[in-house]
Design a protein around this ligand. Sequence first.
Ligand code: AMP
Length: 604
Amino acid sequence: MALLWSVLQWCFTALICLFTILAVDLYTRKKSRFHTTRSLLEMYLVEVVAAILGTIKSRQMKKDLDNFLPVQEQFVLRQIRANENTQYGRDHQFGRIHSLADFRRLHPVTTYSHYAEYVERAENGDVNAILGKSKLVMMACSSGTTGKSKHIPISSEVQNTMLSMLAGLFTFQPQIKSAHRPLYKEMQILCRPRWRYSPTGIPIGPLSGYFTNKSILLAQWSTPFEAHVVDTEAEAMYVSLLFGIRDRNLCRIEGGFASGLYNMLMFIETNWRDLVADVRSGRLKEGLDLTEEQRRVITKYLVADPQRADELENEFNKGFDGILSRIFPNLEAVSALSSGTSMALYKKKCLPYLGNVDLVSLVYGSSEAFMGINVRSAREEPAYALIPSMALVEFLPVDATGTPLEGATPLLATEVKVGELYEPVITNWSGFYRYRLGDVVKVVDFYHQAPCVDFQFRAGQMLNVHMEKLSEEAFIAALQTAAGRWSGTTLLDFTSAESVLDPSPRPGAPYYLVFLELEKGEVTAEQLKTIDEVLCEQHFVYKSFRVKDSIAPMKVMTVKPGTFKAFRQFQFDTTTAFMGQFKQPRVLRNPKQVEFFMKHVNSQ
Ligand code: AMP
């Protein structure tokens, strides 16, 4: 009894000590003045838990990286055993699978259509069609910018994935830890997802929506949780930026994809006068499409700050070069997923705004699975080390257009070569097995036993009017070279299509349709022709078909200012795509999308 009593006393003293240490730590840390008591405590709690879990898990992760293939096998067998008694497991004889080798021998390589029926059954209440031991928490919608949106079952194991990612960030990105040291706020455009529900009430929406429903996970953002009430893009942009720019101690900006970051910067450049006026007055400008209630809740968290408004005005008046580090002197990093050809243009355009702050691209992942974490510093090209406990990744060898090499079958991580291109074929927590992701990645390095990849482009994003199979990369290279030769104007954005989608086609050989948005000035018809000429210089196959007139000259059109922005809204209104996930398709495959651009072409 005496022993029990002294143990209890010891535990009590230890607890008091722990609380005292935490209280002193919290008290002495620098903090944002825009925290509410709740957001400060929540953010601190998340920091402490993340630091503890991150440290514990990162040890495990380092071991896993040295044991890559066995951990991958464990991952697969865990999925197989958990889902053995589902309809899918029975249909695919999971009972016969006892090793990674069995799995790869018995299970076919798949695409989304293979799962569509099982997913539909799960949405209609028969979760056991696809998920056995796990709970179905939501259906994640993949972006849908390149076709019909896919629904990916998100199981309760999403927390495991989050933990692995956290551990990975702690292991490889020490700046993440230090970025969180002062309890300063971070900025992100927060737009409430418009959830849809399956007939049995399962939420359908973007995966990020899962994390933005919980106040504790939003405590670090500059938009207060309570003011996270806006579900239209333009209004969410304005409100998030207002809460962001008023805080000179902001420590990080999360841009989503590089294209999202670019839109954010453009919005600041166009709307800074209104934003500054609202910082000055502590009010929200008229003319925003908000309900009275939304306006009331948001305004509750605004305070008039003429001093900050003067400071901002002064900096904006100096121009936008290096603006972020000028208006946020404590900014440590800006993060945005910026790998690959389609983000390269945006990344380049964002950099001048950043000043001395780095642009970091932290992870490689998708709604289907988080896969890799960037192990390189921000100044180098990304190398996303694959984390073996997140998903089994096999590698289908592909050519420069993303087409699988003849007779090729998916390889294991131990069989890939640095410098080669592959399409990831993944097995995930969602009940998808050996699923072709549709991305093309390059293996750029190895980290311990883990291959490090860099995302290149989406397979299928290529122009192919006469079997020339022009990759997106080749097209962008030619376009950029040509645009570099034009003076007095800058290329802002572009997309293309094959002439089969031209609503008023030219008779004869097929050709490419190209839509360009230019920053200022105009280009002459002669200048526009240089894109075709440069492509001929740089692409032998294209040239050979052009010379033979098997492919006709490109039809290049400039579109009105703001067209690409309006296109994002058009996609949002007409498809199930979610704004945060939007990626500008570089090759349009849908006649309605082509019609949209045609309507916005400048008159000649
Ligand atoms: P979603 O499933 O709609 O969220 O989009 C996921 C897709 O975004 C991936 O399949 C890739 O095509 C692309 N992606 C993922 N990570 C990156 C990255 N680090 N840089 C650029 N694009 C990425």
